[in-house]
Design a protein around this ligand. Structure first.
Ligand code: DOR
Length: 480
């Protein structure tokens, strides 16, 4: 059992315990200046490390990794046997719905969901109401994120009002703390605006994060256009809708020398376009979502089969929770994307955590909103690939933590002594059921609802402070 509403699960959020029950005991823990995480499998791609060892945290920083560390008197001990100890996960693509849609998520509930999922740093998209398209609005998110369980970094809009027609004040927003720029939810409509954004990126070195979708071609579509959409009689979104704008934006990156970060890549052809551009020296990076690696358009038809696995679970048909943009594509696309992740064409994993209320997800797919939550599901989904030997654990931590942190210049991604202690301890085998009650996010829109998953965070630490702990898992593990 987990989540802030469940007794026995405690999430420590600064001076405000969000859970109930044993907060007091953990309070002293969280305040402990020194913590020894003992005997876990320490995986840190930034140091090429994968070994059983202790991790010592003192005064918010990693003090050492080894087997005979000298811990100061009074150090709290956390028994991490059979658990993995890694740099905290980093997600550069999250929707926190704040300001504007508190019924879906807020900065606070989103940060708690992130900590619960093992994330220590997240970047939030500007498709809020009002959108994050001015320095003041970016600064407001930063101010209100202080004291939250995880680090929150806003992404500013590329265009004013996210209308795609006029360049927003990118320089002002960058000064206010925006870590990148995106009109995510839509492509930047006017190619001249996108060109100007990428030209600014070439000067500033900041990423332009592109949602690639030809509006007219995708209009009215609710799922991937292919055999399943035809079977269900539902309007489709062709792969070409994504690839046309991807090609445009790659060409604009080539023209300007700006840094194009491709959001949620989903097609095999798209992967080839990114690969070719990289080989030709275009400054492009790309991300893929766990749901596009492991789920397919069959899930919209209620045929829930993970890519590469045989077992089929039955879900609702059509399933509004499987409606996401870009859509779940075919098994061939998903397999190709995994190959792209493994060969480095795709740089990182991000979640596109897109919370929606139940009202926004009616059974009628044509009225349902696009999006699914991801912060608490990324780790168990990706661990399926590790369990099947398709990705090693160090490779997984690399694309979920070390690389996104390094790429976007965010804290975390490493357990090097001296660095801020942003750490996740997770149980790769723990079995749990995806239910509203087991999710910390304010929304529970995911096609995984009702399913059993393996792998979950047991402890998340940001800056040396315990921000999430699954007390059921650690009751018998906590040291004196
Ligand atoms: O499915 C999606 N949902 N894709 C997006 O690009 C936007 C997101 C949202 O904000 O709900």
């Amino acid at each position: 059992m987990r989540g802030p509403e469940n007794p026995g699960i405690v999430i420590e959020c600064g001076a405000r315990p969000l859970g109930s029950g044993r907060t007091q005991r953990l309070f002293s823990w969280a305040q402990s200046p020194a913590l020894l995480i003992r005997g876990g499998r320490v995986v840190d791609p930034s140091q090429g490390l994968d070994q059983t060892a202790d991790l010592l945290v003192i005064d918010g920083r990693v003090a050492g990794i080894g087997t005979e560390l000298a811990a100061p008197h009074g150090t709290a001990v956390f028994d991490a046997r059979d658990l993995v100890v890694a740099p905290g996960l980093v997600d550069v693509h999250v929707h926190l719905r704040d300001p504007g849609f508190p019924e879906k998520e807020t900065l606070e509930t989103g940060a708690v969901a992130a900590a619960t999922g093992g994330f220590t740093a997240i970047c939030c998209m500007p498709n809020t109401e009002p959108p994050l398209d001015t320095p003041e609005r970016v600064a407001d998110v930063i101010t209100r994120s202080r004291g939250l369980p995880v680090r929150v970094y806003p992404i500013g809009a590329i265009s004013r009002g996210r209308q795609g027609l006029e360049l927003a004040d990118l320089g002002g927003m960058a000064e206010a703390g925006a870590i990148g720029f995106s009109d995510d939810g839509d492509s930047t409509r006017d190619s001249r605006v996108m060109r100007a954004a990428l030209a600014w990126s070439a000067r500033s070195g900041r990423p332009i994060m592109a949602h690639c979708e030809d509006r007219a071609l995708a209009a009215g579509g609710v799922m991937h256009e292919g055999a399943v959409s035809r079977e269900l009689g539902l309007p489709g979104i062709p792969a070409a809708a994504e690839e046309i704008i991807l090609l445009r934006d790659l060409e604009l990156a080539r023209l300007t020398g700006g840094w194009l970060h491709v959001l949620h890549l989903t097609t095999a052809r798209g992967r080839r376009l990114v690969r070719a551009a990289k080989l030709e020296g275009v400054r492009v990076t790309a991300e893929v979502m766990p749901h596009h690696l492991l789920l397919t358009d069959e899930w919209v038809a209620g045929r829930r089969r993970f890519v590469g696995e045989d077992r089929v679970f039955t879900g609702p048909c059509p399933d509004p929770h499987a409606k996401v943009n870009p859509p779940l594509r075919t098994e061939a696309d998903a397999r190709d994307l995994l190959a792209g992740l493994r060969d480095g064409t795709i740089d990182i994993i991000a979640t596109d955590h897109a919370p929606h209320s139940e009202r926004d997800k009616p059974d009628d797919l044509t009225r349902a909103a696009f999006g699914m939550i991801g912060l608490e599901l990324a780790l168990p989904l990706m661990l399926r690939l590790v369990a099947r030997g398709e990705l090693s654990l160090p490779e997984l931590i690399d694309v979920l933590s070390t690389r996104p942190a390094a790429l976007f210049g965010l804290p975390g991604g490493t357990l090097r002594p001296g660095s801020p202690a942003d750490v996740v301890v997770f149980d790769p085998e723990a079995t749990w059921q995806v239910e509203r009650a087991t999710l910390a996010s304010r929304s529970c829109n995911t096609p995984l609802l009702g399913m059993e998953l393996h792998g979950q965070a047991v402890l998340t630490m940001v800056d040396g402070k315990v921000v999430y702990v699954d007390t059921d898992a650690v009751a018998w593990r906590a040291g004196p």
